[in-house]
Design a binder for this molecule. Structure first.
Ligand code: COA
Length: 379
């Protein structure tokens, strides 16, 4: 029988256009994003992060009583135990918050009685704990690095409310900021087979546990080409400094073949629907915070990138100024992304476990062949 040439059509980089699994979680069609059949615009306008999480995990919207129970379960799980907080205080904070979060989430498994149980019911319980605690963890990090006591979350309040409350040191948060954060959590909750969702699925496909899959995902999200871009956008705006320099900055970056952060997307070629929503939010919030020049600089970069390269902003571009104008520390932008995307990662892990085959692609050989080992003295 003739051998099949598995290398024919092999993709060397980035798996562009490869369909790696069947999914019902979320779907990009043209410049629209759908979660379980609902458009992101519909969900951002009408849902809450808790309800969107239920939708992602259950393939349908909850009834009123299901939503109340699910929301209460999530909110109950936000708190961290005193002994766990003590352990967290021992993790050095002189690293990027995403590195700290990766360690902290991995440690959570040591306190989770279901850690090694991969049954669907156990995974559902773990997903609730992980989703609830991710926000508390990132806020605890911020307190610990400032040598403050982490603020405990308030039960009965939403994840978005608690995020703003804990980051604000326990002060009643601004109601508009809470609403904005909730919308941001919805917008970031899932995004089809992005790099970190794929990392989740690859780890889950070996039938490893949910915490391990989520830790893989945090590592993938951390990179500047994925979730790390939102933080880089603010650093870029601060480096540019003012409107007069924005256009030239873009031209110089393109000339030097450097990436302009928050711009471009593998799948969206006519714009990212999340960026359209975030742009309006950025306009309003930067104005209210007396930093509208940050928005104006952003729109100029946006326009210049489109004119020069035909590229448009992704979710990270305008979310950066949204978070910045609410006073959130720049290096927490990506952890906040993780606190939202955890819901999508869990949905992808559930789907992978339910219909699993281990991911095991091949590599196209490009190395040396036929070498013979020589004793070290003869090399
Ligand atoms: N700035 C400048 N040029 C960019 C660019 C950007 N942000 N994004 C893409 N390009 C250019 C590339 O240089 C390349 O140009 P060329 O064909 O002239 O060489 C072309 O557009 C294709 O880019 P490529 O990097 O191959 O696209 P990709 O699909 O592999 O990568 C991203 C997609 C999102 C990783 C990429 O657009 C990027 O790095 N963006 C900045 C980081 C970012 O915002 N990430 C968040 C993603 S949600």
């Amino acid at each position: 029988m003739a051998e099949v040439n598995i290398y024919e059509g092999a993709l060397d980089k980035g798996l562009e256009g490869v369909v790696a699994c069947t999914t019902k979680v979320s779907f990009i069609v043209g410049d629209h994003l759908n979660f379980r059949g609902y458009t992101i615009d519909d969900l951002a306008a009408n849902s809450t992060f808790e309800e969107t999480t239920f939708l992602l995990w259950n393939d349908r919207l909850p009834t009123k009583s299901e939503l109340a129970t699910f929301t209460a379960d999530l909110h109950k799980e936000m708190a961290l135990t005193p002994d766990f907080i003590q352990v967290l205080k021992g993790i050095p904070t002189n690293v990027h918050p995403m590195a700290w979060l990766r360690t902290a989430v991995s440690l959570l498994a040591h306190w989770d009685k279901d850690a090694n149980d991969n049954a669907p019911e156990a995974n559902a319980r773990k997903a609730v704990r992980l989703t609830a605690k991710m926000t508390t963890l990132l806020c605890a990090f911020d307190a610990i690095r400032k040598k403050q006591e982490p603020v405990a979350p308030k039960e009965g309040k939403s994840i978005a409310w608690n995020m703003m409350y804990m980051l604000g040191g326990g002060k009643e948060p601004n109601a508009e900021h809470v609403k904005v954060m909730d919308t941001c959590l919805i917008l970031h909750a899932d995004h089809e087979l992005n790099c970190s969702a794929f990392a989740t699925r690859v780890t889950a496909s070996s039938l490893s546990d949910l915490h391990s899959a989520v830790v893989s995902a945090i590592g993938a999200l951390k990179g500047p080409l994925h979730g790390g871009a939102n933080e880089q956008v603010i650093l870029m705006l601060q480096k540019i400094g003012n409107m007069d320099k924005a256009q030239q900055f873009v031209k110089d970056a393109l000339q030097a073949k450097e990436k302009v952060m928050g711009i471009g997307h593998r799948v969206y070629k006519n714009g990212d629907p999340r960026a359209r929503i975030l742009r309006g939010m950025s306009d309003k919030l930067t104005k209210a915070a007396g930093m509208h020049h940050m928005y104006e600089m952003s729109t100029l970069i946006d326009d210049t990138m489109y004119k020069e390269k035909g590229l448009m902003p992704n979710v990270d571009f305008y979310s950066a100024t949204v978070y910045f104008s609410m006073g959130i520390p720049t290096d927490l932008f990506t952890p906040i992304f993780a606190a939202s995307r955890i819901s999508g990662w869990c949905a992808h892990a559930f789907e992978q476990y339910a219909n699993n085959r281990i991911y095991r692609p091949r590599g196209k050989w490009a190395g040396k062949e036929g070498l013979t080992w020589k004793p070290v003295e003869q090399r």
